[in-house]
Design a protein around this ligand. Sequence first.
Ligand code: AMP
Length: 444
Amino acid sequence: MTFATLGLIEPLLRALETLGYQTPTPVQAQAIPAVLAGRDLMAAAQTGTGKTAGFAVPLLQLLTMEGPKVAANSARALILCPTRELAEQVHASVAEYAQHLPLTTYAVYGGVSINPQMMKLRKGVDILVATPGRLIDLFRQNALKLNQLQTLVLDEADRMLDLGFSEELANIYRMLPKKRQTLLFSATFSDDIRVLAGQMLNDPLSIEVSPRNVAANTVKQWVVPVDKKRKPELFVHLMRKGRWKQVLVFAKTRNGVDALVDKLQGLGINADGIHGDKPQATRQRALDRFKSSEVQILVATDVAARGLDIEDLPLVVNFDLPIVAEDYIHRIGRTGRAGNTGEAISLVCADEVNMLSAIEMLTRQTLTRKMEPDFEPEHRVPDTDASGQVVKKPKKPKKPKTSGGGGKRNLGKWVDSGEVAPAEPSIKPVRKVPVFNTGPRKKK
Ligand code: AMP
């Protein structure tokens, strides 16, 4: 199959050729004809599957072929993304696909001044990429009208709900014209996503492609048990021992990111951090410098790193395990992309045993533990397995130390997650329900 056989117009084919896209990915092969036919879509596909082109390319074709010219302060298509970085990234891709088309594109998000965005919207834009909060601000300030909207895309819908945007989405829903095409992309299909889909979509076509954790077949994963207070020291030790060149590191909190970056910079290590408290321009600069290898270690929270596409990233380190187990799959999905192999190392302390267990249950694999000599924890990390059981062994009385090392070390073997069946999101029929679940906003 080629892009030409999917019925794409010449300016789009030319753009895809320039980008080196030769054959459509599975999500593109399914989504492009469906979107061109005007269908609503409910797609289980994550970052890395080519989903952006899957919705953006046919969308650009429809906007070129159909509909009136964009009016002042209007948008003809809206792509909603959970984070600023993702909005920037999606917009960059859309702009590349649209390079030979007479269409305008723009991205709006919070954390930067709203005035230039209001100015830009005066003439209207064909495709607007937005985060939910800023979109609502612009709408309320009459900088944006949505009555001309033909298509709405909800990108990473599960993440938008995880980040507590359900109320914003309900507000946006009320601002939309009834007649429109809606495309929903989500890595997982929880009950809340089905509620959202039931509200927003009209007779959607369901598409499911191999989730990212299948791509994790190419990611070697293991866990290093360690005491919490020794994590920074262990990180530096492993970094030096493994001669790590480019590492994306995940920490749980903003303070955690800052503390690790300070520690690394204090040791003369080329590190930077991104999290939600940093101004957008600073986050983007850190990311760009990491992508161009000017920065060796990028420490990030999950929110800041969501969906980032970094080519040939060899290693992801979980300095802290994620609170939400699905985030583990997103994190390790930053490496081992496009057929490359990658490694994902998690530094796990006794406090994190329940998170480890949840991850093993979700990914249906028991992660191999590799003790690092001289970093064996005083607070043992209880045994876990893919059944979700945490085995708490009774404490043994301490034996006097003998020369030659003493305790039995579990050196384990590499786990190739190809050995285990991945957890796959399954698409069940959409439930039609009248209101969103507007549970309490979770802060991350
Ligand atoms: P996405 O899942 O949309 O974030 O895309 C992941 C990566 O795959 C991006 O770097 C895209 O540029 C790239 N990509 C998307 N579609 C194709 C294709 N058909 N052929 C080659 N690369 C692609």
